[in-house]
Write a protein that binds this ligand. Sequence first.
Ligand SMILES: NC(=O)c1ccc[n+]([C@@H]2O[C@H](COP(=O)([O-])OP(=O)(O)OC[C@H]3O[C@@H](n4cnc5c(N)ncnc54)[C@H](OP(=O)(O)O)[C@@H]3O)[C@@H](O)[C@H]2O)c1
Length: 229
Amino acid sequence: MKVFFATALFFVFVGVSSADTIAVIGTGDVGHALGVSFAKQGHTIVYGSRNPDRGSVQDLVEETGHGATATTQAEAVVGADIVVLAVPGMLVEEITLSLGDLSGKIIIDPTNPLQRSFLTLRHGVDTSNAEIIQAAAPDADVVKAFNTLNWKTMLEPDESGGPVSVPLAGDSGSAKRKVAKLVEGMGLDPIDVGGIENAHWIEGMLILWINNRYGSTRDSFDFYLRRTP
Ligand SMILES: NC(=O)c1ccc[n+]([C@@H]2O[C@H](COP(=O)([O-])OP(=O)(O)OC[C@H]3O[C@@H](n4cnc5c(N)ncnc54)[C@H](OP(=O)(O)O)[C@@H]3O)[C@@H](O)[C@H]2O)c1
């Protein structure tokens, strides 16, 4: 009996300790979708906003639940294990630098550096946003993730009519495994596509996706990468 209670306590402890504090920087569509989805998995969300007292941010905190709060962007990261940069894609360097010390944290990068070129969008940086963020926070582990699907699919993956892949790129295997668990917990399919140098191509996938979705005569699609045996 003693062994049973000791084992049960161990699993309760392990379960509790596996909950992370996740700072979600930016309270737009992606911040909303990822914050709500991660909170459902038992994690504590701290939204970082330029205006945390705004009504829409307070509504998001209430919708998220599970002890969620909102504060400034720089304060949100202080006690966080994981930082999500759900911010405009052409501002990632200045926003990352403004957050202070991110050493030892996992940074999830769902951003896309989009630049308009007449009727279509093109990749707006020579390398990738993930590499720019990694250079701005060299002692953090950046994982590119979630940039290739619409925020509605993040919240309701079953509405896509089939499985949807989330390609992950980054140089830390343990960070990618942790992000893969979050992806799986949302009902999406994580695919490790290698080091951070591959983030450029993942960002390219979104350029293809978005130009097709909003191009009048093209097929729209979601990405599903089938594993080979
Ligand atoms: N929309 C999608 O379906 C989708 C899907 C995949 C990836 N993405 C990418 O994910 C990123 C976020 O997308 P989103 O649609 O959520 O964008 P968004 O609606 O424009 O939200 C970005 C959030 O960032 C904060 N922000 C805006 N300007 C800022 C500034 N100058 N400095 C600091 N923070 C600022 C704002 O939050 P506060 O007002 O609270 O500060 C804002 O709500 C983008 O890079 C986008 O390309 C989008």
